[in-house]
Design a protein. Structure first.
Lengths: 305, 305, 305
C-alpha cells in the first residue's frame, strides 16, 4: 500500500512497491484519457529549495494530467526563508495548504525532517547525495519498458558514484531486483561508498568496480551514465581531473551489444556525445519522457490509492 | 455587499463585512467539497511587487480550491516594469487579462492607485506600513474560531506597532468590535502612531500602552505577536537595540491564563521560542492554515457574491 | 489549416491564416463562455529564455480561459540550461511533457531550431530582431476591430524599424494585405533593413521612409508606435541620441485625423506621453487586451483545429 505514505528514500520501498508503480504507469500509458480527473480537487505543493527543471516540470505535468492543481513555493531567495524562517515552519505552511508536498533540498535528511513535521505525504524529489527515489523509479521503469524485465540483466553504472544522488538511488533500487551483475564504473576518487558495497553484498548482487568503460561495454545490457556534478566536489581541482574522462562516443560503443540501452537522468552536459543520440542505443530522451507517467502513477497511488 | 468591491484597507470594511466573510469561511470549513467549482472559469492575477510567500501561496491555494485559475506576474525584476513600465500600465494589463487582481507593494497607496485604474476588483495583499486587510480578516477569524467570539476579550498586541502593517491592520480591525481592552506592548520607539490612538479612542476602545509583556500577560485572552521587520527601520542600529527584547518563551508564559492563545502573522524568526510551539497557547500555525478558507470566502464573495 | 503547425515567422503565414485567426477571435469575443473547455486536458509549456511579462501572461491567460493548463520553464538562470544543458535537450524535455510549446529567445532562429526538434507545435513568442508573429496577429486584429478593415488604410510605423521585432513583424504582416500606403518613420540609424524594402516592393505595397512624424501625421489612419529598446543597440551612445526624439504628445496629434488610432505593442516607457491616453486616438490598451482572444484563437486552431 502506498496510499498516504511519505517517499523519502529507495530504502523504504519494496520490490512490490516499485512494481505496483510500474503497473500503474503501464496503465496510464495505455489509456491516458482515463486518468484525467483522478486527482480533481487535489493540490500538490512543490518546494525546490535547490532548483531542478526536469523534476519540477515533470511533477507539475503529472499532477495537471491527473486533473490536480499545483502551488509552487518559488525561489527560496525570495521566500519567507529569506526573512529567516526555518524549514519546519515553511513545511507547516505548505502542509496546511496542500494535499501532498514535493520537495528538493541540498541537505541530506531535509525531506525526512519535512515528513516528520507534515501530516500530508512528502515526496523527496532529491536531497543530499543519496536520495532521489522518484528518479530511481523512472530509471527502473525505463529498463522494464525497453528490455521487458529488470531481473537477469547486466548493468553498468558510470560516472560519479560517490556524490551522485541519481546513481546512488539507482544502485539502491537495483538491489531490490535480481539483476545478473552490476559494473560500477568510475574514476578512483568517485567510487561508491562502503555502505553501497554492503547494500549490494547483503542483497546478494554480484558487482565489480572498474575504471574503464571499454573493459566491460561488451557485457552490458544497460549503461546508466550520469553527469559528474561540479557542485558536489568539495575541491574544484578534483572536478577538473575527472571532467570529460568518461565521455561516451560512437567509438566507445563499437564493442557494445546491439541491444544495449543507454540511460541518463539528464541534463547531460558533455558526458554523452551528440553523435550517440541518433544510435538505437540512445534511450535517455524516452526515459525522461517516462518521468510523467511514473510520477502520475506515484501521485495517484499516494493520494487516492 | 462585497461583490465587485476593492479591498484596500480595513478602514473601508464594516463589522458586518468581517462577519459575512467569517460566516462564509465557517461554511467552507464545514463542507469544503461544496465549493470546488464556485469560481470555475475565473482568473485571479497576482502581482507581488514585494515578495511574500505565505500570502501569495494561500491566495493561490484559495483560488484553486474554488475551481478558479491563477496567473502570476512573477518577479518584478524580470517584468515589464524592469523595462521602465509604470505601475498604471502594468495594472491595466492585469486588469484586461483577469477577473480579480491581488497585489502587494512596498509603497503605501499603491493598491489604492491600482484600484482606481482597474475595472476589476483589487485586493490589497499588503502595502506600505498600515494596510494588510486580508491578514486582519484571518487574525480576527482565528480569534472567533479559538474563543468563540471577539467581543469582550482582552488582547495584547506585541512588537512593532509603528511600522508593522499586520499589527496596524489588526488593531484597526479590532476597533470594529467591542473588545474589553487592548494592551499595546512595544519598545518606546515602536509605539503606535497618533492616528491609531485616535482611531481607538473614537471607537471607544479602552487601550493602554505598555513596555513590558510580563506586566500584562496575566490579563490577556489573546497575545498577538509579530516580527520586528528589519526592513521597516530607517536606521539599522535602531533595529539592533530592540531585536530580541520581546522574545516569548515558556518562562514568559508562566503567569498567563490557561486559555491564552498566541497568534502571529508569520513568518517568525526568533520572537517566539520553539519551546512555545508545543504549549496549548500556540495557535499561530492553526491561524495560518485559516488563511485559505478566509481568502476563499473573500474571493467568492467578491467575484460571485 | 493551422492544426498541428509551428508558428515561427509571419512569412510562413498567409492572409487566409490571419483571417481565420481573426474570425475565431471574433467568435471568442462574442461568446467567451462557449470556449471554456475547448482545450481541457491539454498542456502548454512556456519557455521564456528572454523575459516577457505581457506575452507570457497573455498566453497563460489564453490557455487557462480555454480550459487548458500551463507548465512554465521558469527562470533560465535557475534551469537545467544553467547546468550546461543545450537548447535542443531542453526543448526535447518540454516536447515530451506538453502538447504545445511557446517560447521566446534572444537569438534569431532559436524558435525554428526548436520546431525542428519538437514533435509538438512550437509557437514563437519572439526571437531575434525580426520575428514576433503572435504580436503581429494582435496588431492587425486590433486594426480590423477598430477600423473594420485593414485594406485601404494608410499606416505609419514609428520608432525602431531596424532592431524592433514587433515593428518588423507588423510590417511583414501588413504586406499580406492591400493597405493604401505605409510610412516608415524613424531616425536614419534605425531605418528598415533592405530585406524589408524588398518584401514591401515585391508585395506591391507603396511605402515611404520619413524622419519626421509631423510631416505625415495628417495622412494616417493608424500610427503604430514602438519602444526604442536600449538592449537592441550595439552601442549605448547611439541609443542616447535617438531616445526621446520620437515622443508622441497631444501637440503632435493636433494635425491628426479624428479617426486616427494609435497602437503600441507595450510596454511603453516615455514614447507616448500620458496625456495621449485620454484622447480617443489611444487604442493601445484595448489592443493589448486583444492579446488574449487572439492567442486563444491561435491555440485552439493549432491544437484542435
Amino acid at each position: 500500500m502506498l496510499r498516504g505514505r511519505d517517499i523519502i528514500s529507495v530504502n523504504e520501498l519494496s520490490r512490490q512497491d516499485f512494481e505496483r508503480i510500474f503497473d500503474a504507469a503501464d496503465e496510464i500509458l495505455e489509456a491516458p484519457g482515463k486518468w484525467s480527473s483522478v486527482l480533481r480537487g487535489k493540490i500538490m505543493a512543490t518546494a525546490f529549495f535547490e532548483p531542478s527543471t526536469r523534476t519540477r516540470l515533470s511533477f507539475h505535468t503529472a499532477m495537471l494530467r491527473l486533473g490536480g492543481e499545483v502551488v509552487d513555493l518559488g525561489e527560496v531567495e525570495k521566500s519567507s526563508m529569506a526573512k529567516g524562517e526555518n524549514l519546519s515552519d515553511t513545511i507547516r505552511m505548505l502542509d496546511s495548504y496542500s494535499d501532498v508536498i514535493v520537495m528538493r533540498h541540498r541537505l541530506e535528511g531535509a525531506a525526512k525532517l519535512a515528513a516528520e513535521i507534515a501530516e500530508k505525504p512528502v515526496i523527496n524529489a532529491g536531497d543530499g547525495s543519496r536520495n532521489h527515489p522518484t528518479q530511481a523509479m523512472i530509471d527502473l521503469y525505463a529498463i522494464r519498458r525497453f528490455h521487458g524485465r529488470i531481473d537477469g540483466l547486466t548493468i553498468g553504472v558510470l560516472g560519479d558514484l560517490k556524490y551522485g544522488r541519481a546513481t546512488n538511488s539507482f544502485i539502491a533500487a537495483l538491489a531490490k531486483f535480481r539483476v545478473e551483475r552490476i559494473y560500477l564504473i568510475s574514476p578512483p576518487q568517485l567510487r561508491v561508498r562502503d555502505d553501497t558495497r554492503e547494500l549490494l553484498s547483503e542483497a546478494g548482487i554480484e558487482f565489480k568496480e572498474v575504471e574503464r568503460l571499454e573493459d566491460v561495454i561488451g557485457e552490458l545490457d544497460v549503461l546508466y551514465a550520469s553527469r559528474i556534478q561540479k557542485e558536489r566536489f568539495p575541491d574544484p581541482s578534483e572536478y577538473e581531473l575527472v571532467r570529460g574522462s568518461y565521455v561516451i562516443t560512437a567509438e566507445t560503443l563499437k564493442g557494445a551489444r546491439s541491444s544495449l540501452t543507454i540511460l541518463h537522468p539528464l541534463p547531460r552536459v558533455d558526458e554523452i556525445s551528440f553523435e550517440v543520440d541518433s544510435t538505437p542505443h540512445a534511450k535517455y530522451f524516452e526515459q525522461a519522457a517516462l518521468g510523467v507517467p511514473v510520477r502520475m502513477a506515484l501521485l495517484k497511488l499516494i493520494l487516492v490509492g
